[in-house]
Design a protein around this ligand. Sequence first.
Ligand SMILES: Cc1cc2nc3c(=O)[nH]c(=O)nc-3n(C[C@H](O)[C@H](O)[C@H](O)COP(=O)(O)OP(=O)(O)OC[C@H]3O[C@@H](n4cnc5c(N)ncnc54)[C@H](O)[C@@H]3O)c2cc1C
Length: 346
Amino acid sequence: MFDTDVFVIGGGPAGIAAAIAARSRGFRVMMADGNRPPIDKACGEGLMPDSIAAASSIGIHFAETEGCRFRGIRFHGGGLSAASDFPSGYGLGFRRTKLHSLLVEQAEHAAIEMFWQTPVTGIGSNEVRLRGGRISTRWIIGADGSGSRVRQWAGLDRFVRNSRRFAYRRHFARKPWTEFMEIYWGEGCQAYVTPVGDEVCVVVISRVRGPVLTDALGRFPQLEAYLAGAPISSRERGAITATALLKAVVRGNVALIGDASGSVDAITGEGLCQAFRQAAALADAMAAGDLAHYEKLHRSMRRRPTFMADLMLSMDRWPALRRRALQVFSAHPRILQTLIAVHIGA
Ligand SMILES: Cc1cc2nc3c(=O)[nH]c(=O)nc-3n(C[C@H](O)[C@H](O)[C@H](O)COP(=O)(O)OP(=O)(O)OC[C@H]3O[C@@H](n4cnc5c(N)ncnc54)[C@H](O)[C@@H]3O)c2cc1C
């Protein structure tokens, strides 16, 4: 009756995850992206242990040798430092382009029909319009990122909350000095560092736009010292990172996923985990023929990361709280350990 069962708009991590999860339930799946792979994007490039587990639950597997393993999180700030291992498992750092290539490979393997450099220009009740034609489909998935047009077309563009910060990413060609993902707390901004092979990925996030990343490093003298003399190995990419909650993510046969369906601040490193989890829930809901179930699960899945984002952003907002928290974490590592266990849902 339809050209395809599921049409996914956007071939970033969330779109590919949704496509793979739907395919594993036996649906015929098509996916279109305006760009071509591998697609780069400003990202902290860390997959937490819960992200790896969530990916694996929908059949996306990352071999340990393909990424750069990290064992926990380390905080630095005000001359103090505190670290904790993950309670179990490990995280993996990937250059974003590498992550995208791996995901595309797995989508090809799952026999998903993919159209690259093919922007979608509109949707109808059971139809997707793209350059060169229209495709009829039972389900439409909007995975077109934070500025989603599918969200507008479906009338889902109503936020209950949308707070934004500015992020800048660069790579430095230097062997990682750490087995941790590191967060440096400064005045009004944070830098976080993920080991990604023979390089480190550095992201600076701030409530105000700019300065460019290399200037901002001056606010983190310890990190600046680690990076001294290391050649810059990628161009700076900027992004807005938001804690964005939508009133609804489903309308009729249209469902939103990934950043199109709302997001948590990048400091949590939980964006990809959310996308993988949502993909599983959405595939189940489509298999049951009822997207209302996805709506409900989507709401409950975002609670923990939103709470953790709020907690971490209070450390950004209140310097006295940040100083006190760092003192406590460094004097009582078990407290940080518990917080990190909660953070990754252990
Ligand atoms: C600075 C920063 C650091 C982050 N760090 C981490 C981290 O360390 N760990 C983590 O897990 N998460 C992190 N995140 C979050 C994570 O990057 C996002 O949650 C994730 O990229 C969302 O994927 P997505 O597929 O929803 O969106 P995107 O990756 O934005 O993909 C959307 C795709 O849709 C396509 N598209 C858009 N419009 C159309 C159209 N009309 N037709 C066809 N295609 C279209 C685009 O070309 C794009 O490829 C970070 C985010 C930021 C901003």
